[in-house]
Design a binder for this molecule. Structure first.
Ligand code: GNR
Ligand code: NI
Length: 167
């Protein structure tokens, strides 16, 4: 297993649209293991392959309190979306920034599991938010894109300043 470097907003590679996984082979299984390790090490609840500069439609999520319920979504597709919720979001690619984003309250997602079997999951609350946040990454979007232009400009300025003091 290996920790993978996470791209930071506004890295242009976060805007790439990920391609479907065509074959679940050892390289995909290794990527899933490395993404899970990277997500847990960073104390995140989800990680999309886009964030580790692999532009394939692959996501890992663990919203459990105990951090022992890894979910893997290959080629996830949002189906039915119902209701609205608004909660503070953060992103491992936008460290230290949190803001409210409106999302569907309840969603159905179709995907392949690690065995290549088609699955369908209906989720609400935080898991539903996380699935929507991760599918956004696969489509080249970060949660900041849901905010006003003014907020986006402030976030870019803050991150640039952070990068200067860290350098
Ligand atoms: O760790 C994460 N927490 C989080 C909190 C609220 C809404 C979405 C998220 S996802 C984020 C991890 C991440 O950046 N996934 O892409
Ligand atoms: Ni994110």
């Amino acid at each position: 297993m290996a920790l993978l470097p996470i791209l930071r907003f506004p890295d242009l590679r976060l805007k790439k649209i990920a391609a479907p996984v065509v074959r679940i082979d050892d390289s995909i299984r290794k990527l899933v293991a490395d993404m899970a390790e990277t997500m847990y090490e960073a104390s995140g609840i989800g990680l999309a392959a886009t964030q580790v500069d692999v532009h394939k439609r692959l996501v890992v999520i663990d919203t459990s309190e105990e951090r022992n319920h890894l979910r893997v979504f290959i080629n996830p597709q949002l189906g039915r979306c119902e209701g609205l919720q608004s909660g503070e979001e953060g992103c491992l690619s936008v460290p230290g920034i949190y803001d409210k984003v409106e999302r569907a309250e309840r969603i159905t997602v179709d995907y392949l599991d690690l065995d290549g079997q088609p699955q369908s999951l209906t989720a609400d609350g935080l898991l539903a938010v996380c699935i929507q946040h991760e599918i956004d990454h696969l489509d080249g979007k970060v949660f900041v894109d849901h905010l006003s232009q003014l907020k986006q400009a402030r976030i870019k300025a803050k991150l640039a300043k952070q990068a200067r003091v860290t350098a």
